[in-house]
Write a protein that binds this ligand. Structure first.
Ligand code: F0G
Length: 461
């Protein structure tokens, strides 16, 4: 295979979903109706949907076969046992609790271990993780290494945690107030950047010194393992499964959204070794998710995840997956569009602040670029900048650290020609970047405004 430069999609297409073609004029109308907020669009009016890689993957024939096989028994379904076996094959934790998605696992975990006065360090908490920590009154700390804070800096494991900062934080807050340390693999909020096994081991050592458990937010564990195989000394010949098991062996538990590297449309789980925490977590699970052998999922969902976990660690899949994300990122950089470097696993993060210097942060360059990509080409990305992070509880607004647009790649959904089209549209927009204007918010809720705010272009009546 190494003779050929082109890395082909390691699957062929058996079932297709038509994309409804739209014109610039039509999309302009949809934008006005939606208040220039891409979350308000009808998905049927989107040509290439790069809003998220979560729950948007294409399932395999074997997964659909599993769906048919799904057993809907309330307790002890065979589908549950197939799910459990598949999870434990990679993550051999003692207790595994299925949940309807990742944030449900987070809510249960932090209801057990959080609370006022508690502090939960991470490389970078994903928004829902942070929100679930803070909801209990605890504090969420982001301690990614310095390189992880600089978009153009090249580092092989930019998701790594700063272990000196971790040590200092534990001493400052007192080990008794740190119920666990969390490491997000890959680091979504930092650009889909991987964490090395050496770093996980170093974090583990700090945790051991203070008798603090280590948990993984393992949403994109297989993509992280692929980067370890490619970039970390000593792992070139290791299987992805072995690398994942090594990651798992360094941890005491995990939260998981199966909507990412479970290649399922819904689902997740919480897993851990501690019996006392597990008992409390199971009681909470029953309260809102369901009986612990289905946890808010249908038996058929458990089957889809069980099979998805087998497919996501296949090397042909991961080679194609990571290469196709890099293909998009490298092509954008080549046509002069600045992106977070190096290109991460599941998404390309365009630096809209650098591309649109004429638009001040509080006129939302990321929103402007995201709207332009939709108007010109029907491509839906997601602003990750001052719209998402600029609003504060006290009513003040401040610029976010970066003004990005995330183009997240659903798993196995789009072909190279779809991606070539995205590159062409982005290039056209970037060549006219000087014409783009900012936006003002005309309506917004008191929090999480990016989902529902309405905008108006500045300079239009
Ligand atoms: N942790 C990480 C790192 C995530 O990226 C997500 C979801 C979650 C936890 C929560 O999982 O959605 O199943 O409740 N990320 C999606 C995204 C929403 O678009 O990046 P969930």
């Amino acid at each position: 295979m190494d003779r050929w430069k082109t890395i082909i999609e390691p699957h062929r297409i058996k079932s297709v979903e038509p994309i409804r073609m739209t014109t610039v004029e039509e999309r302009d109308g949809y934008l006005r109706e939606s208040g220039y907020n891409l979350f308000n669009l009808h998905a049927a009016d989107v040509l290439i949907d790069l809003l998220t890689d979560s729950g948007t993957g294409a399932m395999s024939a074997e997964q659909w076969a599993g769906i048919q096989r799904g057993d809907e028994s309330y307790a002890g379904s065979p589908s549950w046992y197939r799910f459990l076996e598949s999870v434990r094959e990679l993550f051999p934790f003692k207790h595994v609790m299925p949940t309807h998605q990742g944030r449900a696992a987070e809510r249960i975990l932090f209801s057990v271990v959080g609370g006022p006065g508690r502090v939960v360090p991470s490389n970078t908490h994903f928004d829902t993780t942070r929100a679930n920590v803070e909801f209990t009154g605890a504090q969420a700390l982001d301690l990614v290494i310095e390189a992880g804070r600089h978009p153009s800096e090249i580092h092989p494991f930019k998701g790594n945690m700063d272990t000196d900062a971790l040590e200092a934080a534990i001493r400052r807050h007192g080990a008794a107030n740190v119920p666990l340390v969390m490491v997000t693999v890959t680091n979504n909020s930092g650009g889909g950047q991987p964490v090395s096994l050496a770093n996980l081991r170093a974090v583990r050592e700090v945790c051991d010194r203070h008798a603090i458990p280590l948990f993984l937010d393992a949403c994109r564990f297989a993509e992280n393992a692929w980067f370890i195989k490619q970039r970390e000394d000593g792992y070139a010949d290791a299987s992805i499964g072995d690398i994942v098991r090594e990651m798992a062996a360094l941890a005491d538990g995990m939260t998981m959204s199966a909507k990412k590297d479970g290649i399922a449309n819904i689902g997740g789980w919480l897993a851990m070794n501690d019996d006392v925490w597990a008992e409390q977590a199971r009681n909470l699970e029953i309260l809102t998710e369901g009986f612990p052998t289905y946890g808010g999922l249908a038996g058929r969902d458990l089957e889809a995840i069980a099979q998805g976990l087998r497919e996501v660690v296949e090397e042909d899949y991961l080679r194609y997956r990571i290469r196709s994300t890099a293909y998009l990122g490298e092509a954008l950089v080549e046509v002069g569009i600045p992106c977070v470097q190096p290109i991460g696993g599941h998404a390309v993060y365009v630096d809209a602040g650098a591309l649109l210097p004429q638009i001040p942060p509080l006129q939302y360059p990321g929103q402007s670029l995201a709207v332009a990509l939709y108007r010109e080409g029907g491509i839906r990305g997601c602003e990750i900048g001052s719209v998402m992070f600029g609003q504060h509880a006290d009513g003040l607004e401040t610029p976010a650290a970066m003004e990005l647009v995330r183009l997240a790649i659903p798993r196995r959904v789009y072909t190279q020609s779809h991606v070539d089209y995205v590159i062409e549209v982005a290039r056209w927009v970037a060549e006219r970047a000087g014409d783009l204007r900012g936006y003002r918010i005309v309506e917004q809720p008191p929090q999480l405004r990016h989902f529902t705010a309405r905008f108006e272009p500045i300079g239009e009546a």
